[in-house]
Design a protein. Sequence first.
Length: 356
Amino acid sequence: MKIFFLIFFIMIFSQAANANKKDITNINFKSSVAEGKIGKSYEIVKDGSGEPFIGKSAYKFVAIPFDCGRDGNHTDCGEVVLYKENRYRSKGDRVRSELSSHDSTFKGERWLTLSIYLPKDYKTISPTVTSFYQIYEKHGGPAFKIEDFYGIMVASIMHSGKLIAKTKLLEIDNMKGKWTHIVMHNNYSKKKDKGFYNIWVNSKYKTSFNGQTYGSSTTKGLYVKAGIYQTYLSRYLKKIGMKPKWKKGQAAGDFPTQIIYMDNIFKFRSKEKLKKNIAKVYKDLEIPKGFDLDNLEPKALNKNSGKFYAIVFSKSDPSVEFIAYDISKSKANIKAMKKCFEKYDDCTIGSSYKLN
């Protein structure tokens, strides 16, 4: 009996140690909603495997079609039901190959990094939502997501899951077959004059946001999630002509397996501590240019500072955005909608917020 418990302890400890390899991350990750899955929540690939990695090793995430899991009372395998004509709803309708740091929460200012590699055969499955990275309010919903939105990697800023702003970071096609490096300097606060986001991709400045950066009044902190998280599989099934009502383990049909690789998932209180960690991780190896923190492209001055920024897109072709600015939020929305209606008749507002 003692030998059994010793073996069990070693297996559990080994899994935890592998999930949190210091050359990949300094965050205390655990598998997310993984009970009952056929595939693994994650794998670790190393030199000699023939798969992409940076430094010594990297995470590999594989989302097998219809391989949903559960975690206690929560399940990703909820039944999909018809509630309106051609409209479906489900408490599940999700698949994930994901790690979560649910028990390691934080607030305030942080420097965060991640590297993502998309294989050349990676396929977008919009209108199903595919998230790569999330900062989540504990018991409150997402505060931030990096996701594949109709073939564009976007950053979505949210309050308890409600979208506040969505910004284009990079075309998905420009990420295939190579590593993409992301650096963020964020401050998480419910106060509008203290919260902010600053984001760089491959050392190039992409966007900033100033204002409230999480929304729940009862939040007990935020935590990081990384990997593949597919939401509303029924939407893509309907798009490709498959039945929206799916069952765990059914044949994949035309629904693709998604695979991504991730590395350098770090979180520190200061730029200096992040720099020291990167130097320690890479030692004699070449540090990716995207993580040269002293040479990040300077933040661009925005000529529209103080104005409202509206993004409108067509429901039939959401990859095309129509953008307008105005000192009035309603006028910015109207201007963007007019631009969209010149080409489409199914326009909707994606996000609208004030630039600082």
